[in-house]
Design a protein around this ligand. Structure first.
Ligand code: CMC
Length: 458
């Protein structure tokens, strides 16, 4: 293994024959007429998109009119960036990282190979990979003050709250990370985040369990080291169950990126203020915590527990349909409208893990839930299929991870994607501070007249 300190990797040259670009719409223009003024406008179309700023030219006869804005709450049909990292075709259930199908990466790649790929656009050669693994391995330790910081949390703190604030706190340990346009600084921050996130995650786990922290073991692989920090007790070298190691490696790869999802959008938006990467990524962890996003894996298990037994499933589904029972967690996706390709892989993986640990009543309930939902008109007509979070929780639980911890595992997997997207955003000359417009719905001007007795006491 190379011994040199962290180096900035050289820009890669792609010597292979260029693969076909992802499909994009043809160029042209959108010819529109404003019925208020009868004026016509020609709005250029490129990459199947129009620029929202073109709409500013469309003005009413009011001289103070600033022009049209596009109104798109929750970004249902707005592209916020150009990105070369991840391609999704939601109708066909396709997911590719830098052109490579997720199925092939999950089958054969390592998580750190995928992490490199996401950032650099090409798979690493042996030398680059060895150096990268070396760099990650030797940055897994956290400052002892971080340990004290973690010890300050209550025994029942949610591990996502601990992860979120600890990643933000890393900014205080590495102030030079604020030099985000220095390539060397960016590189070491990215290495640190990839290396230290599993350590912080494992320390949070041990804190909640009341167990002593286990320090990183540099002899182990990324995933084995994580499992060692989670589960090692008195043994001198922890040997993880190889089925669990492989399962976790695959799950991390499946979660590594997913284009402009809620947490990645948060990282990009916060990062667009040019704050340091630790602060930007902590925003991603916060977004992932939510039950509609990464927090869904935790909620799936809670929902299955609440249902109790297979015989209660039909009643539960009826409650979901009537709107009384909330949503069917682990179902539905903003982009996938046929199936989530990650869910397909996870389901197969779950079968392999359950062969080792056995099937229990919660799994039976989950399978019955899936069977009924997939044949029910409500879910079929709305194109609601199991997403990645439906099965991952069941695998994590069979590996004895506590329910609270599931989303932390998702966050470890998503880290390379957040970082690749953060850097792509920073280096994109078209990007500026993210600052959406609004449609003001409040009152017009009115004079201040306080309703307090003494609004400004001396
Ligand atoms: N259970 C029941 N009904 C649902 C569900 C669900 N899980 N998801 C959507 N619907 C209904 C929704 O009520 C709406 O019905 P109607 O047309 O009658 O009003 C219709 O389907 C369209 O849903 P939507 O809310 O417009 O869809 P969205 O794209 O805004 O939301 C979602 C996507 C993932 C937030 C949503 O499907 C959901 O809340 N699912 C459950 C939470 C979940 O599993 N999240 C994990 C997502 S995948 C991994 C990740 O991103 O972390």
């Amino acid at each position: 293994m190379p011994k040199s300190a962290t180096t900035t990797p050289p820009q890669q040259k792609n010597t292979a024959k260029a693969p076909a670009p992802a499909p994009s719409g043809s160029e042209g223009s959108l010819e529109v007429k404003d019925s208020r003024t009868s004026k016509g406008y020609s709005i250029p179309i490129a990459d199947n998109a129009i620029r929202a700023t073109e709409l500013k030219k469309v003005k009413s006869s009011d001289p103070e009119d600033l022009g049209l804005v596009s109104y798109d709450p929750a970004f249902l049909n707005t592209a916020s960036c150009r990105s070369a990292i991840t391609y999704i075709d939601g109708d066909k259930g396709i997911l590719r990282y830098r052109g490579y199908p997720i199925e092939q990466l999950a089958e054969s790649a390592s998580f750190l190979e995928v992490a490199w790929l996401l950032r650099h656009g090409e798979l690493p050669n042996q030398k680059e990979y060895d150096q990268f693994v070396h760099d990650i391995t030797f940055h897994t330790y956290v400052h002892e003050n971080m340990r004290k910081f973690l010890e300050g949390f209550r025994y029942d703190a949610h591990p996502m709250a601990m992860l979120n604030s600890s990643i933000a706190a890393l900014a205080s340990f590495y102030p030079s990370a604020r030099n985000i346009f220095d390539e060397t600084e960016r590189n070491i921050s990215i290495i640190r985040l990839l290396a230290k996130t599993p350590t912080i995650a494992a320390f949070s786990y041990r804190h909640v369990k009341g167990l002593p922290f286990v320090y990183p073991d540099n002899r182990l692989s990324y995933v084995e080291n994580f499992l060692s920090m989670i589960a090692r007790m008195t043994e001198s070298k922890y040997e993880a169950n190889p089925i669990f190691t492989r399962a976790l490696e695959i799950l991390f790869i499946l979660h590594a990126d997913h284009e402009q999802n809620c947490s990645t959008n948060a990282v990009r938006a916060v990062g667009s203020s040019h704050v340091d990467p630790f602060s930007a990524v902590s925003a991603g962890v916060a977004a992932l915590f939510g039950p509609l996003h990464g927090g869904a894996n935790e909620q799936v298990l809670r929902m299955i527990k609440e249902i109790g037994t297979v015989k209660n499933v039909p009643g539960f589904i009826e409650n979901v349909k009537s709107g009384e029972g909330g949503k069917l967690m682990g179902f539905g996706h903003r982009v996938y409208k046929s199936y989530d390709p990650r869910a397909k892989i996870v389901k197969k993986l779950a079968d392999e893990v359950f062969d080792v640990v056995g099937v229990d009543k919660d799994l039976e309930t989950a399978l019955e839930l899936e069977r009924i939902a997939l044949s029910d008109e409500y879910f079929i007509s709305r194109k609601l299929y199991p997403n990645v979070d439906f099965y991952t929780g069941l695998i994590y639980r069979s590996m004895a991870f506590p329910t609270d911890f599931f989303t932390v595992l998702f966050a470890i997997g998503r880290m390379p994607g957040w970082l690749a997207q953060w850097e792509e955003m920073l280096l994109d000359k078209e990007q500026k501070i993210a600052r959406p417009r609004q449609i003001y719905t409040g009152l017009g001007e009115r004079p201040y007249k306080s309703r307090l007795k003494n609004p400004r006491p001396d």
